[in-house]
Design a protein around this ligand. Structure first.
Ligand code: AMP
Length: 408
């Protein structure tokens, strides 16, 4: 096994010298060797959509001059926020925390990377701390996102006697049932497992007077729209409802209307344009050389923490094995991995034990990993929206990132 700089690649370098040029001819190719998959809607698109110089903005700076000290929240929570490393609220936090504290329903048009998680967690933790009878249900589209929300929650609520149940698929259900029965104040769930537990009468949504729907557009994309509508039908009529979504396409709108009452709407749009990400393309020289072109990129300086996207589980698995064989430290994240494997690979990427994480779209949306230096679209994403989600994994929290897309 070769590690670090001892890479198993003897072929001459075929680095793509053209990668910095702007192409105006259409994208074609990107044919998956695995067949049978839906073709990307972006095949044939003008490749200029993948080329853009970063226009850095400091994402975590709030535009208003609000400080955490200014919020009417408990002292211990303020201390925990500081200990967590947040000195100043982000824009979505500056705008959302106050109306949530006042009990208003909120629609947050904000994607991951804007600080939306703390925007709803901070006021809800405060609400529970001041009234122990309050129960909060958070519904998130993916297990990884739910785990991240739980981790952030534990850090913010440290020493406050607030407990959570993480109700997600792929993990032991008995433990989750025990956590719910123990009377956790906060349940963080993904739709599939939540539905199972409602059907088994282990969880009754009527007990929750605070509900957060997170990343609703992704939930709808994955196909959970009917489940979300079912959950809403099971909720108490009088409740505080918080709704977060990067975009509001018509299907999301249909959920929104039945969910919130007299809401305050907050829009933090700038993250969607990924202003902190340098975007460029890599011209595929031939399908046989594509993996060598990738190899040549990965050994360059600065490619320290690289997220590579592929379209199929099979394709990701194959590429993972190939890169491992070539001596790279890699891991793969896709729907065929069980929860333990997904958690382990994510952790080793977060801890910089592996240099490269290979992932499919659904497995990775919403991931919050610090300091990803590069996102590489080895296969084209299905839609431009997927593209924006993918490249949003880098250039986060005010840092710079690079996104490179292989085009035919
Ligand atoms: P989110 O949009 O909730 O996924 O958060 C995106 C990233 O921003 C995470 O890495 C957070 O830890 C970070 N973040 C959120 N709020 C703040 C803040 N007020 N100051 C610094 N970093 C923050």
């Amino acid at each position: 096994m070769y590690y670090n700089n001892k890479f198993r690649r003897n072929r001459p370098s075929i680095r793509n010298n053209e990668s910095n040029r702007r192409f105006s001819r259409p994208v074609n190719g990107n044919r998956s060797p695995h067949g049978g998959q839906r073709r990307s809607q972006l095949e044939g698109a003008d490749i200029n959509i993948f080329i853009k110089k970063a226009n850095p903005v400091v994402l975590t700076e709030s535009i208003a001059n609000i400080r955490f000290e200014d919020f009417n929240i408990s002292e211990i929570l303020k201390q925990n926020i500081l200990k967590h490393g947040y000195s100043k609220p982000t824009q979505v936090q500056s705008q959302a925390i106050k109306p949530i504290l006042e009990g208003r329903d909120v629609i947050g048009l904000a994607s991951t990377g804007t600080g939306k998680t703390a925007a709803f967690l901070i006021p809800l933790i405060d609400k529970i701390f001041k009234d122990r009878s309050q129960k909060v249900l958070i519904i998130a589209p993916t297990r990884e996102l739910a785990i991240q929300i739980n981790e952030e929650l534990r850090s913010f609520s440290y020493g406050m006697g607030i407990y959570s149940a993480l109700v997600i698929g792929g993990a032991n259900m008995n433990r989750q049932v025990q956590d719910i029965r123990r009377g956790s104040n906060i349940v963080i769930s993904t739709p599939g497992r939540l539905k199972d537990l409602i059907k088994r009468r282990e969880i009754n949504l009527l007990n929750f007077s605070n509900i957060v729907l997170d990343e609703v557009d992704l939930m709808v994309d994955i196909g959970f729209i009917a489940d979300v509508k079912y959950f809403i039908s099971q909720m108490p009529k009088i409740r505080q409802s918080l709704f977060f979504s990067a975009t509001i396409p018509p299907k999301v709108q249909s959920i929104l209307q039945s969910f919130v009452t007299n809401p305050v709407t907050i829009s933090v749009k700038f993250q969607e344009t990924s202003e902190n990400v340098d975007q460029d393309v890599i011209k595929i020289l031939s399908s046989e050389k594509k993996v060598d072109q990738l190899h040549d990129l990965l050994v360059k300086d600065g490619f320290d923490k690289v997220l590579i996207f592929g379209r199929t589980k099979h394709g990701i698995e194959k590429l993972n094995k190939e890169l491992e064989f070539r001596g790279f430290k890699t891991g793969a994240l896709h729907g065929n991995k069980n929860q333990g494997q997904r958690r382990r690979v994510l952790e080793s990427f977060k801890q910089n034990q592996i240099q490269i994480l290979l992932a499919t779209d659904v497995a990775s949306r919403g991931l919050d990993i610090d300091n990803v230096t590069h996102v590489i679209n080895y296969d084209l994403p299905q839609t431009y929206e997927d593209y924006i989600h993918r490249i949003g994994r880098t250039g986060r929290a005010g840092k710079m990132g690079t996104a490179l897309t292989f085009v035919g």
